[in-house]
Design a protein around this ligand. Structure first.
Ligand code: DC
Length: 227
């Protein structure tokens, strides 16, 4: 188990985890694990290597060996490289999210990513963003937060996010996709999305990202004596 302090933040798509976790990591000076990006990278990268869509073992083998680098551009924007290919934008599309949700339901793929995820826990600390951070990957995390929001609010946020990025989207279609992804992520037999009994639940439906960040930072200060 990690010696570095871990702040685990789990929750469904569109709950605001991405924004909140990035800001928490920056505020604390801690490393960030975007575990959803890893599942997105497996789906995208395996397809590019001609692994067939239902080849579980092929995807798991790819997950174990894929060459991923999380970094930032000179202007501070996120930069994700798969080998030498910049896939930062490509992995954020709705189709990449749906493909990620499919491969994430396979136990062999999840198992293949465990060690890679745990290796992110280094000093001074880690903010871990995902679905099973507090339940499976970092069960001994010092602080676990389950961030949620109503399905309508999550679809509306996703819509706004996509439009801002210039990606075309349809709100009704997005709502259906989010509902389907929620269902798949919450009902899969391995590592389903759950709030562990020791997680603090924050419903962000009516809260701004600033408020959520402030609430979690206050919890982190109390728990870890940092921030
Ligand atoms: O957080 P995200 O939308 O980038 O995640 C993409 C998919 O990956 C999501 O539908 C479920 C899956 N996922 C997972 O199963 N476990 C994680 N720790 C993170 C993401």
């Amino acid at each position: 188990m990690p010696l570095a302090p871990v702040l685990a933040i789990d929750g469904p798509s569109g709950s605001g985890k991405g924004t909140v976790c990035r800001r928490l990591a920056a505020a604390l000076g801690w490393r960030l694990l975007d575990s959803g990006a890893l599942y997105r990278l497996v789906a995208l990268g395996a397809a590019a290597e001609s692994v067939t869509v239902d080849d579980t073992a092929g995807h798991a083998a790819y997950a174990r060996t894929m060459d991923v680098a999380f970094g930032a551009t000179a202007s501070g924007d996120e930069l994700i490289l798969l080998g030498s290919r910049d896939v930062t934008g490509l992995i954020r599309t709705e189709s990449a999210g749906a493909a990620a949700s499919r491969v994430a339901a396979w136990p062999a793929v999840r198992e293949a990513l465990v060690a890679r995820q745990r290796a992110f826990a280094v000093l001074p600390g880690l903010v871990a963003d995902g679905r099973d951070m507090g339940s499976v990957i970092f069960p001994e995390a010092g602080l676990k937060v389950f961030l949620t929001a109503s399905a309508e609010e999550r679809a509306a946020r996703r819509y706004k996010q996509l439009m801002e990025k210039g990606i075309n989207a349809n709100l009704a279609h997005l709502s259906l996709e989010i509902a389907e992804r929620d269902r798949r992520d919450a009902t899969r037999p391995v590592a389903p999305l759950v709030a562990t009994p020791d997680a603090i639940i924050i419903d962000s439906t009516r809260l701004s990202p600033d408020t959520v960040v402030a609430q979690v930072l206050a919890l982190a200060r109390a728990r870890f004596g940092v921030g």
